[in-house]
Design a protein around this ligand. Structure first.
Ligand code: LLP
Length: 401
């Protein structure tokens, strides 16, 4: 696909998604677990564009949601309620109530206190809440500390002993039903070992709960499988699935996989336009019209989204930073990379921007959020129009008349 023409047709900054790749990535996950009862609950936080959700829904995807907004999106996109799970470390009562009323598959509990709140809400609604406990296995996922979640020092889940107490409480509650068990140790994981260690640990707990008479049907292994941003060796989905299945032995729960990045990450590119160049001493900067508000990952995690200058005639290269217009030194999209000299209007594409790109964008500096287009079987569709100035100020009210 000619990204430069797309950038001219739709303007920049622009996200472009390849839906053919999206289909392939999703089906690869399904294939990995084929032959066993499994459900791929796409993690909306990676990219919650409704067209992406509708497309995945048409392929049979479920949804992992961390706010009622995400639950509403999933339902709107046609994902069946019995394929939606509601997770998240701080769910408000009104969110829990709505999720229960909607009849989602289950709620992933994050603490003893939260369990009691869910119980109370279920009692008030006169229904039985299906729940699962997120267990923190205290295993290092060996990923960026900001996206590591499986250690006791992280805020997520509960310790194994506490999980046992919760399951016993649930067993005796007329308003709660334990249907699942859950863990998720981090994101952008490229080493299978920690995931399998966690799976073995949680499978052991799962077996002891079965022995106590709890009928746990879902073994939710979270998400976290990484993609190749800088030629990292990535995990084979076959090995991943086989490893998880091996940890379960003879038991046959339905496996739930909350994959986000590995489904959508390499489907997206982020296109920006060069505004100009400048030098401060020896330091060269290429200034583009996309910024940390559009693609936050480089500023926040030092992440690399390989840039490509889309231009036929390329001269000699020199080192530079590609930076945005935002008033922060941390606003950059690429650092210390080799690039030929650029002219205003040239297009630079940043790779692997499908996950946690648009979904983490903001309007900082009163910037309008980017447009998004999808390419499916050679056809191009606008899937989100560019924000307008009116969108920025729409909710603001004047207090002084
Ligand atoms: N399930 C749970 C409970 C999660 O917390 C996450 C991600 C996922 C599933 C999906 O993980 P994935 O398969 O996409 O790795 N903003 C960061 C990533 C944060 C991930 C948060 N949780 C980034 O840009 O790298």
């Amino acid at each position: 696909m000619d990204f430069a023409s797309l950038a001219r047709a739709y303007g920049t900054p622009l996200y472009v998604y390849d839906f053919d790749r999206l289909r392939e990535n999703f089906l690869n996950f399904r294939q990995a677990f084929s032959g066993r009862k499994s459900l791929i609950c796409y993690a909306l936080k990676a990219n919650s564009n409704l067209s992406i959700l509708k497309f995945l829904a048409s392929l049979g995807a479920g949804a992992d949601c961390v706010s009622i907004g995400e639950v509403r999106r999933a339902l709107l996109a046609g994902i069946e309620r019995y394929k939606i799970i509601f997770s998240g470390v701080g769910k408000r009562d009104d969110e829990i109530e709505e999720a229960l009323r909607e009849g989602v598959l289950f709620i992933n509990l994050e603490s003893f206190q939260e369990m009691q709140r869910v119980e109370k809400i279920a009692q008030d609604l006169k229904l039985i809440a299906r729940v699962s406990v997120r267990v923190n296995p205290n295993i290092d996922a060996k990923t960026h500390p900001y996206i590591s979640t499986g250690l006791h020092e992280n805020k997520f889940g509960v310790e194994i002993e506490q999980a046992k107490e919760m399951y016993l409480y649930i067993k005796n509650s007329p308003f709660l039903e334990a249907v699942g068990i859950h863990f998720h140790i981090g994101s952008q994981i490229c080493d299978l070992d920690p995931i399998l260690q966690a799976s073995q640990k949680i499978a052991q707990l799962y077996r002891s709960l079965l022995a106590l008479g709890l009928e746990i049907k879902f073994f939710d292994v979270g998400g976290g499988i990484g993609i190749s941003y800088q030629e990292e060796q990535i995990i084979s989905l076959y090995d991943y699935a086989q490893g998880i299945l091996a940890s379960l032995g003879e038991n046959e729960p339905t496996i739930i996989c909350e994959a986000g990045r590995r489904i959508v990450g390499d489907c997206g590119v982020f296109l920006t336009q060069v505004i100009g160049e400048k030098k401060n001493g020896d330091k060269r900067f290429v200034i583009v019209d996309g910024a940390m508000n559009d693609l936050m990952r480089p500023s926040l995690y030092g992440a690399i989204h390989q840039p490509t200058l889309l231009k036929d005639q390329q001269g000699e290269q020199s080192r530079c930073d590609i930076v945005g217009p935002i008033c922060e030194s941390g606003d950059y999209l690429a650092k210390d990379i080799l690039l030929p000299s650029t002219q205003a209007g040239d297009i630079i594409a940043f790779a692997n921007a499908g996950a946690y790109g648009m979904s983490m964008s903001s309007q900082y500096n009163s910037r309008l959020r980017a447009a998004e287009v999808a390419i499916s079987q050679g056809e191009v569709f606008l899937v989100k129009s560019r924000e307008k100035f009116e969108d920025l100020i729409q909710k603001e009210v004047e207090c002084l008349k």
